[in-house]
Design a protein around this ligand. Structure first.
Ligand code: KIV
Length: 262
């Protein structure tokens, strides 16, 4: 899978699937699946490290996750998130951060927003680095929103998202994630662009969909956003397996002779 395959998929009317991933083991599973692309999201800060927002994701954190995922991802497209402020401290700092993530094994980079860092997007694209945009709810702006809120509800903010989507296409992005906007707006944007839109909480009119892997696998029953369908209820069977392990240890049925060296 390459950015060109993504563009061709849209041209051919084929939907795209993506999931987040942060480690080698799950990357291997994704590599065996038909899922089209992997995002090493800065949601790692929340999902893996237990923080309340993505603002605590750092470049070294992302570099480590990207390298682990890249080792297991086979021929999947690996997109890496540029973490909070890493692309807002000037062009040189942004290019250094991009270099770090690409050297760790990313095939493309995702940046939230567009206004104020058009120069970074343009330089990345001209340097041969495929760029994925991210509009609608931009989790790195959660402090400005005052919480994780649906975006583009009124005419002016909807227009701004649509304008930014067009700007990303013009700057050379190969795809754009659209997060938590009304389905009608995401569909209109998808129809207006030639690059694919990858939706999360943005309805079925997008050209593809992305979910956080742990949501998709039902690994967090405490957190179930409305848009995050669990395609597997993983938490129960995993906790059950841990219980069986615990019982087997405590009743001395594990390890057996076959599981021991003598
Ligand atoms: O970091 C992330 O997981 C993301 C997805 C929600 C698209 O950006």
């Amino acid at each position: 899978m390459t950015p060109t395959t993504f563009l061709n998929a849209k041209a051919g009317g084929r939907k795209l699937s993506m999931a987040t991933c942060y480690d080698y083991t799950f990357a291997r599973l994704l590599a065996k699946s038909p899922v089209d692309g992997i995002l090493v999201g800065d949601s790692a800060a929340m999902v893996v490290h237990g923080h309340a927002t993505t603002l605590t994701a750092t470049l070294p954190m992302m570099e480590l996750h990207v390298a682990a995922v890249a080792r297991g991802a086979g021929d999947k497209l690996v997109v890496a998130d540029m973490p909070f402020l890493s692309f807002r401290k000037g062009l040189t700092a942004a290019m250094d951060a991009a270099h770090t993530l690409m050297a760790a094994g990313a095939h493309a980079l995702k940046l939230e927003g567009v206004v104020g860092h058009e120069d970074v997007i343009e330089r990345l694209v001209r340097s041969g680095i495929p760029v994925m945009g991210h509009l609608g709810l931009q989790p790195q702006s959660v402090k400005a929103y005052g919480g994780f809120k649906i975006q583009g509800r009124d005419g002016e903010s909807a227009l701004e998202i649509a304008r930014n989507a067009r700007a990303l296409e013009e700057l050379g992005a190969f795809a754009v994630v659209i997060e938590c906007v009304l389905a009608e707006l995401a569909e209109q944007i998808s129809l207006a662009l030639t690059i694919p839109t990858i939706g999360i909480g943005a309805g079925a009119g997008c050209d593809g969909q992305i979910l956080v892997l742990q949501d998709l696998l039902g690994l967090n029953s405490d957190f179930r956003p409305r848009f995050a369908r669990a395609f597997f209820e993983g938490e129960g069977p995993l906790v059950d397996a841990l219980g069986r392990f615990d019982r087997a240890v405590k009743d001395s049925s594990f390890p057996s002779l076959e599981e021991s060296f003598s």
